[in-house]
Design a protein around this ligand. Structure first.
Ligand code: G3P
Ligand code: CA
Length: 257
């Protein structure tokens, strides 16, 4: 067969842009996500938090201090207050607005090609499941996708409780269990309903055999945050299903040659 180009690789992981193309652009802004699409990402990753007035916004940290010119916890600020802040200048010197999850869903919908969306719930244990409820409402509103559909959404969390709640609220929604230190926390079992494990690259370097075990169990394997060339090569060699990266263009180029 053809040993050049795509066929030369045993397996091609999906390329998921972590907070957008956040290596060079302010994370979680429309600019970073548009760049990720231009960079050839197969999907986009985002973290979600709830504002004081109940809107889901794409932000990682508990407070806005690191990524904006404001201060205070996201959960104590209204959407209008967040809209008054600049989330771009800290990174590039150019102002950028906070991004609502609703807007990111619209970007994915209107991208002109199939894109996956990996949504991570933060502070999932607070507000008695309100984050999960709002998320499911929003996804339903935008047409909650079935697994395997082109424009599919999956939800990830470090919290088993969040995944249990999501499974109850939206039984068909694909879920992934995030792990920090080791590929498979809690004795190697995934929470019921989770189709994937999503460990850190550090954990994968230490226990590369876990990819095979997960695949044997019929589960998928996503790895974050894969930015170094040697780590990208490792993920390709191991046959992971998706690499979550701040540098989607680099990964795309390595995959496509
Ligand atoms: O994609 C998973 C990864 O983003 C988890 O860690 O801290 O970047 O949200 P964090
Ligand atoms: Ca995340």
């Amino acid at each position: 067969g053809d040993l050049t180009g795509q066929d030369a690789l045993p397996f091609r992981p999906r390329v998921i842009a972590h907070r957008g193309s956040s290596g060079d652009h302010p994370e979680h802004t429309i600019e970073a996500y548009r760049q990720a699409i231009a960079d050839g990402a197969d999907g986009l990753e985002c973290d979600v938090r709830l504002t004081a007035d109940g809107h889901l916004v794409c932000l990682h940290d508990r407070t806005v201090a690191r990524t904006s010119d404001g201060h205070g916890a996201v959960s104590t600020l209204t959407l209008a207050q967040l809209r008054a802040l600049d989330f771009g200048s800290w990174k590039t010197g150019r102002p950028a607005a906070v991004l609502e999850l609703r807007e990111l869903l619209e970007l994915v919908r209107d991208a002109g090609r199939p894109l996956e969306l990996f949504v991570e719930t933060k502070h999932p244990n607070r507000h008695g499941g309100l984050v999960e409820r709002r998320l499911v409402e929003l996804l339903r509103h935008h047409g909650l996708p079935a697994p395997g559909r082109p424009r599919s959404v999956r939800v990830m969390s470090f919290s088993r409780l969040a995944l249990v709640r999501l499974r109850r609220m939206a039984p068909g929604l694909p879920l992934a269990f995030l792990g920090n230190g080791v590929p498979l926390p809690h004795g190697g079992r995934l929470p019921a309903g989770a189709q994937a494990a999503a460990p850190s690259i550090t954990a994968v370097r230490e226990r590369p055999g876990s990819v095979r075990r997960l695949h044997d169990a019929g589960k998928e394997f996503y790895v974050w945050t894969v930015d170094e060339i040697s780590d990208i090569e490792l993920c390709i060699r191991l046959g992971v299903d998706a690499v979550i990266t701040n540098r989607p263009r680099l990964v795309r180029e390595m995959l496509d040659g």
